[in-house]
Write a protein that binds this ligand. Sequence first.
Ligand code: CMC
Length: 428
Amino acid sequence: MSRLATLEIDGKKYKFPLVQGTENEIAIDIKTLRAVTGGVTTIDPGYKNTGSCESAITFLDGEKGILSYRGYAIEDLAEKADFLEVVFLLIFEELPNQEQLDKFHSDIKAQSLVDEDVRKIIDAFPKSAHPMGVLSSLTSALTAFNPSSVNVDSEDAMYNAIVRILGKFPVLVAWTLRKKQGLPLDYGDNSLGYIENILKMMFHKPNEEYVQNQVMIDALNKLLILHADHEQNCSTSTVRIVGSSHAGLFASISAGISALWGPLHGGANQAVLEMLEAIKEDGGDTKKYMAKAKDKEDPFRLMGFGHRVYKNFDPRAKIIKAAADEVLEDLGVEDPILDIAKGLEQEALNDEYFVSRKLYPNVDFYSGIIYRAMDIPTEMFTVMFALGRLPGWIAQWKEMRLRKEPIGRPRQLYIGETHREFKTIKNR
Ligand code: CMC
């Protein structure tokens, strides 16, 4: 027998079905709420209690610290999978066999050129421009150069749009870095693996051979997998809502990049590094910054701590912390900032303020330390997050389109002035 929730308003009772997910989560289905109650709506700022969709892509249990993509534990994927396999898994629901993976990779490679005119756009940006703004603009500009990717009315058209963005996005990522560093904007090498090619595109110098480093390849592979999807977070919800107007994949992803940029979301990785640097410059007094983070009069927050959903360790942070130790050792990098980060973590884990609010390190707390050891500039950290999150955004957009979800359009409770008589300007 189906279960029901009862809502009582002014003595009148309304029944709504309870729906259960495959991991036994329960939701109240209020699709008919306004119709049956004559216009009553719900208020939920920040959507803390609102499920915006049903999704079969990523599951996370914030209380237990569990994260899985399509049923596969993040720990297994981060340890054993290649990023491109995870991309395929997220978008096409199953892990690929070798033949499927080879075809997918070759379709992506066939799309890895960007129209030469895009260089003119990037040339017009000042070198000081933040790479996230540049990346968002260039991704949006791709729409103009690939108009057939906008109206995707068949699965073929959808597939073509997907491999196009997967082919061209890493080139744009590399170009934002190269522009900043004054290096020529050129292409990678299609004989390489997806990750190897990204590294070469980012780092190769025109006058010397680029030598691949297995530690860097493994580190980037792991970081991109850990960032690949995280269900209905701010940027993913943005991608779904923009896509719900049928604006097209590239425009939706461009909007997602803008959402990711903010320091409360993906921009936290840059903010963490800047915070750790500031603490170091200030003499390394972690206690002083802990006190600032707890002071309600002080806007300072401990960046890289806390999460809307995780009320336990972020499982990605655990993996990244272990990876940070390994990568720094393997690359022979000693970074005093790692010690400051570990010190802050220890203090927070034993501090009543953080313990009672269930504030633990999140994915961004240690990732920047690895990026820094890989010689990636701080302003590029959130771009690296976007590179990892791309397949998640694509998978969520595809799911939304295939499920024929309605245009996203929340309601509100109006609290402004009621009717006022208009006065012409000379009478005001
Ligand atoms: N430092 C100090 N206090 C904090 C922090 C922090 N980093 N995070 C939350 N709090 C406090 C907050 O002041 C509030 O206290 P009180 O109950 O006394 O008012 C309580 O903890 C609950 O915080 P909230 O802001 O209501 O929680 P939220 O779910 O709205 O925000 C968050 C989640 C991630 C935006 C927030 O924890 C934060 O700003 N963290 C720092 C930024 C950060 O690291 N962001 C990356 C998130 S993970 C990567 C991603 O997916 O984007």
